[in-house]
Design a protein. Structure first.
Length: 289
């Protein structure tokens, strides 16, 4: 059965809106308090990167909150958010598949970097990847009674192992010189709804989460080495949505060491109208220079 990408995007946007409404102000502040268990401002101040998930906010909102606090506590005037751009059209998905098979990214019209304040393609505007980050950012800046630093969003697509060749790279590199960087990733999608065989799919129990951790760590190791093409192909196999975002922030910041601080999961069975197990791993990851 072919995936109806338009319907899926509509369902995801509706689900995120409903989840945020269900949280209410008290729920958002509770997640922000949970996020205080990590003090990650120093990671950003030292030029590192924090990667937070964008799965179900009730499951991973505290991880997103940790990144929000770090941005607000590190003393930066500007935050550069390197975001996933999901393939919500058949054309975008086809381009991604063909680049992974070896075709030149420049053959496809979505090749490049989108984002706030930029002309050109605008698919980023309807992407859900930063909805929860924005929601918790607004809640925390309101609670503190501050405006907060400038936030600039950038969405790379089709890095193809050579993030420095992305149209728009020079603009992002210039921004990064005077900004802290955070990024978002759901680095492991798994189960029946994502094409894994029911008889071999892991459930999100201790064993399944250990497997997810091992796969995510494989990607961290590849990115740490600067093996961008290897990382691109790892993301295909592990069903990570961060193939482009990861390549871009790693090249912007140079050699770093990545570490998983926290790992949770979101059940995606209902979203994909699929039997369980169908789930997404949400990880809070730090990258230190």
């Amino acid at each position: 059965m072919e995936l109806d990408r338009d319907a899926l995007q509509e369902a995801i946007l509706k689900q995120y809106t409903e989840e945020h409404a269900a949280l209410g102000e008290a729920g958002a502040l509770a997640l922000l308090e949970r996020g205080r268990q990590w003090d990650l401002a120093g990671v950003l101040a030292r030029g590192g990167v924090i990667v937070f998930p964008h799965a179900g906010v009730a499951d991973c909102g505290h991880q997103i909150a940790a990144a929000v606090h770090a941005c607000l506590d590190c003393g930066a005037d500007r935050v550069l958010v390197i975001s996933v751009l999901h393939a919500f059209t058949d054309e975008m998905q086809d381009a991604r598949v063909r680049v992974a098979a070896g075709e030149a990214p420049s053959n496809f019209r979505h090749w490049g970097i989108q984002g706030s304040g930029l002309a050109g393609r605008q698919e980023w505007r309807s992407d859900h990847a930063l909805m929860s980050f924005r929601h918790l950012w607004q809640a925390e800046t309101k609670r503190r009674g501050i405006k907060g630093p400038e936030v600039i969003e950038r969405y790379p697509y089709l890095a193809g192992g050579k993030p420095w060749e992305l149209p728009g790279y020079d603009e992002v590199a210039e921004l990064a010189e005077n900004a802290v960087i955070v990024s978002t990733a759901d680095p492991f999608h798994h189960g029946v709804g994502y094409g894994d065989a029911p008889e071999t799919a892991y459930w999100p129990d201790e064993s399944g989460l250990a497997y997810a951790r091992s796969r995510i760590e494989e990607g961290i190791e590849l990115l740490a080495k600067g093996d961008y093409w290897g990382y691109n192909q790892h993301c295909v196999d592990a069903k990570s949505d961060a193939r482009d975002a990861g390549q871009l922030f790693r090249h912007l910041r140079g050699p770093m060491t990545g570490r998983i601080l926290d790992l949770v999961y979101t059940d995606a069975s209902a979203l994909y109208n699929s039997p369980p197990p169908t789930w997404v791993a949400g990880a809070l990851i730090t990258w230190e220079r």
